[in-house]
Design a protein around this ligand. Structure first.
Ligand SMILES: Nc1nc2c(ncn2[C@@H]2O[C@H](COP(=O)(O)OP(=O)(O)OP(=O)(O)O)[C@@H](O)[C@H]2O)c(=O)[nH]1
Ligand SMILES: [Mg+2]
Length: 491
């Protein structure tokens, strides 16, 4: 069969090639033209800046660097300077008094005050490109515009500040005018969770509130409970180790506490701080904790590197409006690190008193929430346990009938009794002395579970649980359950 593809080029091929060549040449030409235009632009910009702008601005920068007027006087000083230059009487800078080197103060002034101003000036000049003889007039007008802009912005900022200050004052007045909450009687027991990453100072705090003058704590491994007696009230603090391997246990205590004392090391390094923020957000957002009274101790506040309360509050995304049940306090928890070593930081007592009042003031609601959360937790744990038991039963049934749980193929048969031994084993598991005492339904279940040791132990535990708190299953319930699991795994 003849090929449909032409063996020779079509007749107009040569004209195509010609067109392509033309097109390519045209592109090359435009490209060259563009590049030389850009080159021209660069060259003219460069020479404009070098010959006309730089000589003016560099002298102005030097003048300003020597004068360093306060922020409000920067624009007027510059205007006066440029006007003097234009009039041919440039102001003489103040003598440098032997200052030969640029100090860090000079650098700061340059970076913060001068660089933005001069780069804006340069951009305006480049955009407008006034003729050389008009540059000075242009600069003076531009600086005046900038001054007007800056003073409008400053006015707006001052106004916003005034409004914020007024709002704060009004909130404080409203708080002060509100009838003082009668300090509710303390309940008989309050439980406070103490958490925060390792090294934040939880154990130091608990030693200090117990009266230790110079606590020397080792990292807490696991959980410790410290109880303080406050007249008729027992205050229980749960001190949980903050190391990353211990944090897993924290959430098993959340449902059962009335309030949270959260500890952060305000002076830790940046890496630890990142961890602190992540852990704090996850912890405080937990469903069993959110909304409960919260006291955040920003510890080690005496250290130079300590972050301030506002920064911590904002990074941890904590909202603590006045009169609410959240408070963030800067403290020095170690009694030897305070301004008068040996005397505890007074902020600790006032913060604790606030926390106790907070719990007492809302105790009925918190108590109701605890009852609800304890029940939720009980259900969650029971579900988890049932799932785990089901997994174990599945495994043991696989062992009874030689099935590989992973592949679904054949597996080893393990720990399987003879019929007689199986009956005897289950009878003993449920507290009978002899196999004969085992009822027919029990024997039938032995057969259904293939006389497998672990499966029969589980069956025994269901029929006659050791703990009185556990549900007691009947034989038909157990049979139905085992058959369901067997069906699920295809046995
Ligand atoms: N500078 C300073 N150091 C403190 C202060 N409070 C505690 N520390 C020190 O911080 C370190 C850790 O204190 P701990 O109380 O063990 O911290 P923790 O939160 O219980 O730590 P984990 O048990 O590991 O979770 C110790 O060396 C304390 O002496 C303080 O107010 N200022
Ligand atoms: Mg500790």
């Amino acid at each position: 069969m003849a090929s449909v593809r032409p063996t020779t080029a079509p007749s107009e091929s040569s004209s195509h090639v010609e067109m392509l060549r033309k097109l390519r040449n045209a592109r090359r030409y435009t490209h060259l033209k563009q590049s030389s235009r850009a080159e021209h632009l660069v060259l003219t910009t460069h020479s404009y800046l070098t010959y006309h702008v730089d000589p003016i601005l560099s002298k102005a920068i030097t003048y300003m660097l020597v004068e360093q007027p306060p922020p409000a006087a920067i624009h007027p000083t510059l205007t006066a300077y440029f006007s003097g230059v234009e009039a041919g009487t440039p102001p003489a800078p103040t003598p440098m008094a032997g200052r030969a080197k640029i100090s860090s103060k000079d650098r700061l002034f340059m970076a913060k005050a001068m660089a933005p101003l001069f780069s804006k000036l340069m951009n305006l000049l480049l955009a407008a490109r006034p003729a050389p003889e008009e540059i000075m007039g242009f600069i003076i007008a531009a600086v005046k515009d900038m001054e007007a802009e800056a003073s409008a912005a400053a006015e707006a900022a001052a106004l916003a500040e005034e409004v914020a200050a007024n709002e704060k004052l009004m909130a404080e007045q409203a708080l002060a005018a509100a009838p003082a909450k009668p300090s509710a009687a303390y309940p008989s027991k309050m439980t406070i969770l103490c958490v925060g990453v390792d090294g934040a100072g939880k154990s130091t705090f608990l030693k200090a509130v117990q009266g230790h003058e110079n606590p020397n704590c080792k990292p807490t491994v696991g959980f410790e409970c410290v109880t303080l007696k406050l007249e008729a009230t027992k205050v229980q603090f749960y001190d949980l180790g903050g190391g990353d391997k211990i944090r897993d246990i924290w959430d098993s205590y959340y449902h059962d506490v009335h309030a949270v004392a959260y500890f952060v090391d305000a002076a830790c390094d940046d890496m630890k701080w990142k961890e602190t923020v992540e852990v704090a957000k996850a912890t405080l957002g937990h469903t069993y904790l959110s909304g409960k009274p919260l006291l955040v101790f920003c510890n080690k506040s005496e250290a130079k590197a300590a972050r301030d309360v506002d920064e911590i509050q904002s990074e941890l995304q904590i909202s603590a409006p006045p009169g609410g049940n959240t408070r963030v306090s800067a403290v020095t928890l170690h009694p030897q690190k305070t301004a008068s070593p040996g005397t505890p930081d007074p902020n600790i007592d006032s913060a604790l008193e606030w926390l106790f009042d907070c719990i007492a003031g809302d105790f009925e609601n918190i108590k109701a929430r605890l009852v609800e959360d304890v029940e939720k937790e009980r259900i969650r744990e029971a579900k988890e346990k049932a799932e785990k038991d089901r997994r174990v039963l599945t495994k043991s049934l696989c062992k009874a009938f030689g099935k590989d749980i992973e592949t679904g193929g054949e597996g080893p048969v393990e720990d399987v009794f003879s019929v007689e031994d199986g009956h005897e084993f289950l009878a003993q598991e449920i507290g009978f002395l002899k196999a004969e005492e085992l009822v027919e339904e029990g024997r039938e279940i032995c057969e259904i579970v293939g006389y497998q040791k672990l499966a029969m132990m589980m069956v025994g535990g269901m029929f006659a649980p050791i703990s009185s708190k556990k549900r007691k299953w009947t034989w038909p319930e157990i049979k139905a359950h085992v058959l369901e699991v067997k069906a699920e795994i295809g046995l």
